[in-house]
Design a protein around this ligand. Structure first.
Ligand SMILES: *Cc1c(COP(=O)(O)O)cnc(C)c1O
Length: 384
């Protein structure tokens, strides 16, 4: 089976992990801070907090921004459930903003319209908005940041798909237009640490808070102690945190993978460009990428007429092509339906969910395999 996505692991990656196994530290030790600094540096952000998943990163990002019961967080339905679940972890409410019909990312005009409507009717406004850089393509962050100023919300970029991409000439993750940006290092993403994630920020207060929440809310910094120092063994838990630490094994893998990031992103873009060139037919719709954006190309998603999607999907799978669907809209998941969401609330995301197929895309995808995918699609398109 040609999978839709998979990791690329080099001998150097393996060496890096083995070296940690031979060292004194297995969990968070000297390598994790080096990895954090390398990611922050690459993204031109001030600081980074590495954790055990992007889900954890989103969770502590919400907590650091003060999200709690009574607050509302807005994100898009066309995403992985973690983008919305992070708000629920904090006891807050979730609402959604539909995607743009061309970019398949958060619609700025829908966001603005919903903010206006909620303000006029006295409905709840979001404390945090989480734009999702779908398939590796940055949302249009500049106008979103402008709306944040007007309506007083904070921004967490769910950039799980987008490390190595850029927006207006700057790396995704710079946090120029947001408070916090989050990457995922799950094996299907652009670079991997097995499981892992990171939160970037330019705000020292958010950095300190996320570091604390990563490790139980415990501090060993005497300057933060509230009680008298009993001895050198003294530490204090000041808030309720978690064990969200990244291990040094993961940090070493991430650091080694990071050195290949430009190669990975170039490779993904080359393959994606080949798909785009060959697939510009009338029956298959492709994601529109504005000139301000370079996508990291986590996913290559096509859209076919909804009544044909099952047929396309099954034929591709029969040919051992591991296609997938990104995403079933979050608000239509049974858990979210039980919270009161239903069909027809977010029509663009729902149409996307009925039409989307993710094609195989990863740096090690063989040209002959891509050709096979294209031939099957050509046959299927000619049938429509
Ligand atoms: C993968 C993903 C996550 C969660 O990442 P984990 O590292 O698996 O927790 C969150 N948001 C989006 C958009 C994702 O694709």
């Amino acid at each position: 089976m040609i999978s839709y996505g998979r990791q690329s692991i080099s001998e150097a990656d393996i060496e890096a992990v083995v070296e940690v196994l031979r060292s004194d530290y297995l969990t968070q030790g000297p390598v994790v801070p080096v990895f954090e600094a390398a990611v922050a540096d690459m993204c031109q952000a001030d600081s980074a907090v590495a954790v055990n998943s992007a889900t954890s990163a989103l969770h502590i990002a919400c907590l650091a921004l003060g999200i709690g019961p009574g607050d509302t967080v807005w994100t898009v339905p066309n995403t992985f459930v973690a983008s919305a679940n992070c708000a629920l972890f904090c006891g807050a409410n979730v609402d959604f903003v539909d995607i743009d019909s061309e970019t398949w990312c958060l619609s700025v005009s829908q966001l603005e319209e919903k903010l206006q409507r909620h303000q006029q009717k006295g409905l709840s406004l979001p404390k945090v908005v989480i734009p999702v850089h779908f398939a590796g393509q940055s949302c249009d962050m500049e106008p979103i940041a402008r709306l944040a100023e007007i309506y007083g919300f904070r921004i967490i970029e769910d950039a799980s798909h987008a490390i190595g991409g850029s927006y207006r000439g700057e790396p995704v993750g710079s946090c120029r237009y947001s408070d916090i940006s989050v990457f995922s290092f799950h094996p299907v993403k652009i670079i991997t640490t097995g499981e892992g994630g990171i939160a970037l920020t330019n705000r020292p207060d958010l950095y300190r808070r996320m570091r604390s929440l990563r490790t139980h809310g415990i501090t060993r910094n005497p300057a933060q102690f509230t009680r008298q120092l009993e001895g050198p063994w003294h530490y204090e838990q000041l808030e309720l945190g978690f064990n969200f630490r990244m291990t040094d094994l993961q940090g070493a893998l991430g650091l080694s993978q990071l050195s290949n990031l430009p190669v990975f992103v170039d490779g993904r873009n080359r393959l994606a460009d080949t798909y785009s060139r060959k697939l510009r037919t009338q029956t298959i719709r492709l994601q529109f990428i504005p000139e301000t954006v370079r996508s990291a190309r986590h996913l290559y998603v096509i859209r076919v007429p909804s009544q044909k999607r099952k047929h396309f999907f099954e034929c591709l799978r029969e040919e051992n092509i591991g296609v997938n669907v990104h995403y079933l809209p979050v608000h239509l998941q049974p858990y979210y339906r039980n919270l009161g969401f239903s069909e027809n609330q977010f029509p663009e995301s729902e149409a996307h969910g009925k039409e989307a197929i993710s094609l195989p895309l990863y740096p090690g995808l063989k040209e002959s395999d891509q050709l096979k995918v294209l031939l099957v699609l050509e046959r299927l398109s000619s049938e429509i």
